[in-house]
Design a protein around this ligand. Structure first.
Ligand code: AMP
Length: 213
């Protein structure tokens, strides 16, 4: 089964994707994670990508489609979760072509609905464990012991360079201009399922499970 998690920055796509990886043996394909890895590569491409990401703008379709193409050639396990991809209509068309060329299908597009005021609060307090990816928040979800991950015991907490209010406003602008048209696109294709992304994490997990089952 292959699915897309669709929603603005801070909607909880990464958190839900990690749960699906753990419970359903699916593979998370996060273009944001791939690009964060690329920016540390020390290459010219890495420097360009870092600049674009820090401004909160979108990296070119060509780059992200190339990254996804490589991953689709690898292990498929229990299917792919596309997290943060596609973000534009050309990316959505490219994904359809890539999947059909390998005989795969897109089984559902899960839209995580949230309101913008909640996103600013969520994103500006967010930090993650650099070892296992567990997501924390300064106000709503602190680790039991400051600086130590509840899940893996790691002490390597990280904040994203683009998780600040200015970048977030630009990321939201990009979302509404370029990504939100995908909601209509997948609705028209009969593939869109919407869940309340502001519910408790466990309730969002249940709502997504209900769609997948
Ligand atoms: P994310 O981790 O999904 O919030 O992505 C972080 C940043 O990476 C975005 O603000 C963009 O600059 C870039 N990015 C991630 N995925 C894509 C994509 N599919 N298309 C273009 N840019 C992307």
């Amino acid at each position: 089964m292959n699915i897309i998690l669709l929603g603005p920055p801070g909607a909880g796509k990464g958190t839900q994707a990690r749960h699906l990886v753990e419970t359903r043996n699916m593979i998370q394909l996060s273009t944001g994670d791939m690009l964060r890895e690329a920016r540390t590569s020390g290459t010219e491409m890495g420097r360009v990508v870092a600049n674009v990401m820090d401004r909160g703008e979108l990296v070119t379709d060509e780059i992200v489609i190339g990254l996804i193409r490589e991953k689709l050639e690898g292990d498929k396990a229990g299917g792919f979760i596309f997290d943060g991809f596609p973000r534009t209509l050309p990316q959505a068309d490219a994904l359809a072509d890539l999947l059909s060329s390998t005989g795969e299908t897109l089984d559902a597009v899960i839209e995580m609905q949230v309101d913008d005021a909640a996103l600013v609060a969520r994103i500006t307090g967010r930090f993650t464990c650099g070892d296992c990816g567990e997501v924390y928040h300064d106000v709503t979800h602190r680790p039991t012991v400051d600086g130590v991950c509840d899940k893996c015991g790691g002490t390597n907490m990280k904040r994203r360079a683009d998780d600040n209010e200015d970048s977030l406003r630009q990321r939201l602008m990009e979302y509404y201009k370029k990504t939100s048209p995908l909601i209509g696109y997948y609705y028209a294709k009969g593939q869109l399922r919407s869940v309340d992304g502001l519910a408790e994490i466990g309730d969002v997990q249940k709502a997504i499970a209900a769609v997948l089952d």
